[in-house]
Design a protein around this ligand. Structure first.
Ligand code: GTP
Ligand code: MG
Ligand code: ZN
Length: 294
């Protein structure tokens, strides 16, 4: 029995690295019955079979964390990729990503792309907004096509960690990885103007060794649900609310309609950005209206 890690999945075949070696493997038959779904990032036990045969994954080890979208396990941090121009920057999606990754204890940071094709106004507006997120403690980096300083800047952030890229199709996730690691030669494609959205060029989640850590390129996605986040938990995923909410009159204050709410007072003074609070209210409503899963 050997231990390895799943780096890529193609239908029912798992690419597992065992030390320096890459081995193709399939899952045990009982996985299906027991609803075990191995994910990229999973630590697994592998049993080699005869010559020319695929190895067998016999066990999926306990996960530190896992996501449904993108499907991946055991990650340390997420690089949330947003394009300033096309697709347009969405603060709703940014706050959604931040809440979900915070909930899973996956440290998020923000990477803005396409600064080369943004207008002065667009750049100024996004930088103003980002000052708020920087103050919350989130690292924000900006990049553009052919950015020669990017590798150096990301090496520091990626070193020794497992990082997942997250963002809409067409924001430039694969382009970033090609810029900092041309040997990966990932496929990229221009956004289809007919549809006004990306084309989902990247089809699989793949973990690539990079800068002494691992980085996962992922297919683009433009929504992520709050599966697992309860209405009492959401407030702690907005980092400023967790802190300011300690001043609320009621211990269990959800910062909605309760009297003497420190969070609502902070929205009034502008200490909490109104758009952040509006997103909190929207996400709360979504969670409260969620159908129970039986
Ligand atoms: N001008 C400019 N174009 C960029 C930049 N980053 C990416 N692009 C272009 O945007 C298009 C989409 O880039 P991709 O890297 O394929 O996007 P992706 O996020 O990997 O998309 P999916 O794989 O579909 O999720 C390509 O035509 C890139 O050349 C940038 O910083 N500036
Ligand atoms: Mg891609
Ligand atoms: Zn409150």
């Amino acid at each position: 029995m050997e231990r390895g890690q799943i780096r890529k999945i193609n239908r029912d075949v798992y690419e597992v690295t065992i030390g320096e070696e890459i081995v193709m493997a399939t899952g045990r038959g009982v996985f299906r019955k027991r609803k075990v779904h191995p994910l990229v990032g999973d630590a697994v036990s592998v049993e080699r079979q005869g010559e020319g045969e695929e190895a067998l994954i016999t066990e999926v080890h306990e996960r530190r964390n896992s996501l449904v979208r993108p499907p991946i396990a055991n990650v340390d941090q997420a690089m949330l990729v947003f394009s300033i121009v096309e697709p347009k920057m969405s603060y709703h999606l940014l706050d959604r990503f931040l809440a979900v990754f915070e909930y899973h204890s996956i440290s998020p940071f923000i990477c803005l792309t396409k600064a080369d094709v943004a207008s002065e106004e667009e750049l100024q507006s996004v930088r103003e907004q980002m000052a708020y997120y920087t103050a919350l403690g989130y690292e924000v980096i900006e990049t553009y096509k052919g950015d020669e300083t990017l590798a150096q800047r990301l090496a520091v952030l990626f070193e020794g960690k497992t990082t997942v890229l997250a963002g809409q199709s067409g924001v430039g996730k694969s382009t970033i990885l090609n810029t900092i690691a041309p040997q990966l030669a990932l496929e990229t494609a221009a956004i289809s103007t007919a549809l006004g959205r990306g084309r989902h060029t990247t089809r699989n989640v793949v973990l690539n060794p990079l800068f002494g850590g691992l980085v996962a390129d992922t297919p683009g996605f433009s929504s992520i649900d709050f599966e697992g986040i309860e209405k009492e938990e959401l407030r702690y995923q907005f980092v400023e609310m967790g802190r300011i909410g300690e001043g609320c009159k009621f211990r269990g204050c959800l910062h909605l309609k309760e009297p003497k709410c420190a969070v609502k007072a902070a929205v009034e003074t502008g200490e909490i950005a109104p758009h952040r609070y509006a997103h909190y209210e929207q996400f709360m409503e979504e969670i409260m209206n969620r159908k129970p899963r039986y």
